[in-house]
Write a new protein. Structure first.
Length: 152
């Protein structure tokens, strides 16, 4: 991670899932425009998220969060330094609403809502609050892997 401290970028995008990180090039809708974005995997049960948290605390760039559109994903985004969270990397609300309308999407929301509702209800960042409002209204989520099908 020490060598990453010297990498110049305009934004750092924290990616929730390893498979999504490995497949970033396949997400045709994911646009950085002209920004130089450093994508980092946030960690999981196999790869500790601790080094990523330390790395982020040593940087000052705006943060993007590419997470599942579900309560846990929004919880991850909410846990980033709020004053630096500049973007939730998600397809359009319309596409998410359509993609979430499945048995799996409703299960995803149902399995996580109780654990994350209090945290997300008290979230202060406007991006997280807006996404939580949409997600709560839908009562269904979308994994990053499913987002591969979103249009450009």
């Amino acid at each position: 991670m020490d060598t990453l401290l010297h990498v110049h970028c305009d934004a750092i995008c924290v990616v929730e899932n390893w498979e999504a990180m490995r497949s970033l090039h396949l997400y045709r809708w994911l646009r950085a425009d002209d920004a130089k974005v450093l994508y980092v995997f946030r960690g999981d049960t196999k790869f500790s998220p601790g080094p990523v948290k330390s790395f982020l605390s040593g940087r000052t760039e705006p943060l993007w969060a590419f997470v599942d559109f579900d309560p846990a994903g929004l919880g991850i985004a909410n846990g980033l330094p709020g004053e630096r969270l500049a973007r939730l990397v998600l397809p359009t609300w319309e596409w998410l609403a359509s993609a979430a309308d499945t048995v799996r999407g409703r299960e995803l929301f149902g399995q996580q809502a109780a654990q994350w509702s209090a945290t997300l209800d008290s979230a202060r960042h406007p991006l997280v609050r807006a996404a939580w409002t949409v997600l709560s209204d839908l009562q269904a989520g979308v994994t990053q892997e499913r987002m591969l099908g979103a249009p450009e």
